[in-house]
Design a protein around this ligand. Structure first.
Ligand code: HSE
Length: 431
């Protein structure tokens, strides 16, 4: 019997919001997906924490023992949709050592233990596919790993967290407070179980690690990613961004520096309204890539939710099943470039600094001198008078994070500066 005559037997780990959709669609569409793969795909077992009634799914499929699946010699392909690091890591490693390929949606696992898993999988000649781990339904892993394998990525910027994009959209469009919109995002099911993972940028940082590793052929972990969330963004910041024809977005940014290091970071950014990412609203995600030959590319779609995420997983199941049937594997991620991670202090960007100062002669000159002393060039200054005080909104030319930090520290020490209200990075022209 040739490999293509033998069905590919799939074992699933987890059956939550995403897993239940994968199981449902895989069973509903088995015939067509099998035709696309060139081999019959069979959903054989599903491991869950506790067995309950899953409508449309045969109770005989379920077990509470995930190791019985990864150790089952009859199973060829493991679909890991349980999330978290342990026991997902141990299960995936056991599966690989037992010569099974992996399809996973687990960004946290890949962003911390990706190197070990890839090394083990390649040593055994197995695939690890993970299209659903970043930006849900959006094809972005394979475009980076496969389609752009002949090009050189120089920069990527992504809106890769739906919850924060939803919150920022509502703050901009409906003038609503952060905390109020967060509750709504949680009720709509966008937020992670612990909303800190979304709001403070941990979820986006894991995704930034995965994308930048692929883009720059280097192992990047979540610990390499500089991270700030959106919890300090106020409606005043939003109003200023609007008045300058910008919007505030939580961006994952990864770029090559002039020293050929990788600068990888997640933080709020004021982005010019004319940039394609500025029009990505609500819980949608998008990734904007710049590559030497391709130029700019943008990938847009739903970054979360059961069925959209299942779409990416099913695509991986079809691709990996085909490889199993043909006794081959797909394009691999590579780490040959082994680039260093740039310290955040050396990263260059533009900044907007909003501060409250005493409104008297010499203040502006003294503040301008602090910027000049640190080598930070000012692009624009706006002043709004308020009785004895004034609000200054200063936008700089590109400066390093280190220079900016030193400037802010010096400003804080000035008696005429009563408050530094916000410091926000800027992408695109302010004019
Ligand atoms: N909580 C994530 C988001 C889900 O809001 O985008 C997908 O990782």
């Amino acid at each position: 019997m040739s490999p293509a005559d033998k069905p590919v037997r799939v074992g699933m780990l987890g059956c939550g919001v995403v897993g239940s959709q994968v199981a449902r669609l895989l069973l509903e569409d088995t015939a067509e997906l099998s035709t696309r793969a060139g081999v019959k795909i069979e959903l054989t077992r599903i491991a869950v924490r506790s067995i309950k009634d899953y409508p449309g799914l045969d109770p005989a499929l379920f077990t509470t023992d995930p190791f019985s699946i990864v150790n089952d010699p009859e199973i060829d392909l493991i679909v890991e949709v349980m999330g978290g690091i342990e026991p997902a890591r141990e299960l995936a490693m056991t599966a690989i050592n037992n010569r099974k390929s992996i399809v996973t949606a687990n960004k946290a696992l890949l962003a911390s233990h990706g190197a070990d898993l890839f090394t083990a999988a390649y040593a055994k000649g197995e695939d690890i596919y993970y299209e659903a781990s970043v930006a849900g339904a959006i094809p972005i892993i394979r475009p980076l790993r496969d389609s752009l394998a002949g090009d050189f990525v120089t920069r990527l910027m992504g809106i890769v967290n739906g919850t924060t994009n939803y919150i920022l959209t509502k703050m901009h469009e409906d003038n609503r407070e952060f905390a109020d919109v967060l509750k709504e995002a949680q009720a709509l099911g966008y937020a992670e179980a612990d909303p800190t993972a979304d709001i403070e940028g941990f979820d986006a940082a894991a995704k930034a690690a995965i994308l930048s590793g692929l883009a720059f052929h280097t192992r990047v972990t979540v610990d390499d990613v500089y991270r700030e969330g959106i919890s300090k963004i106020t409606l005043e910041d939003v109003a200023i961004a609007k008045s300058m024809d910008h919007v505030i977005k939580l961006l994952a940014i990864a770029e090559l520096t002039p020293a050929d290091e990788i600068s990888v970071r997640v933080h709020p950014v004021m982005i010019d309204k004319s940039h394609p990412l500025a029009s990505v609203r609500d819980a949608f995600n998008a990734v904007f890539i710049e590559a030497e030959s391709a130029g700019p590319l943008m990938f847009y779609g739903r970054g979360a939710g059961g069925q959209p995420t299942a779409s990416a997983i099913l695509g991986d199941i079809v691709a990996v099943s085909r490889h199993i049937a043909l006794n081959s594997i797909g394009q691999r991620e590579t780490d040959y470039a082994d680039r260093d991670i740039a310290p955040i202090e050396t990263t260059k960007t533009k900044f907007l600094i909003r501060l409250e100062v005493e409104d008297k002669s010499g203040v502006l000159a003294a503040i301008a001198k602090v910027f000049a002393d640190q080598g930070v060039s000012i692009q624009t200054v706006d002043q709004n008078g308020r009785n004895d005080d004034a609000e200054l909104i200063i936008v700089t030319h590109r400066a390093t994070e280190g220079e900016l930090k030193a400037t802010v520290e010096a400003l804080k020490k000035m008696s005429m500066v009563t408050k530094i209200s916000s410091v926000i990075r800027v992408e695109g022209a302010i004019s």
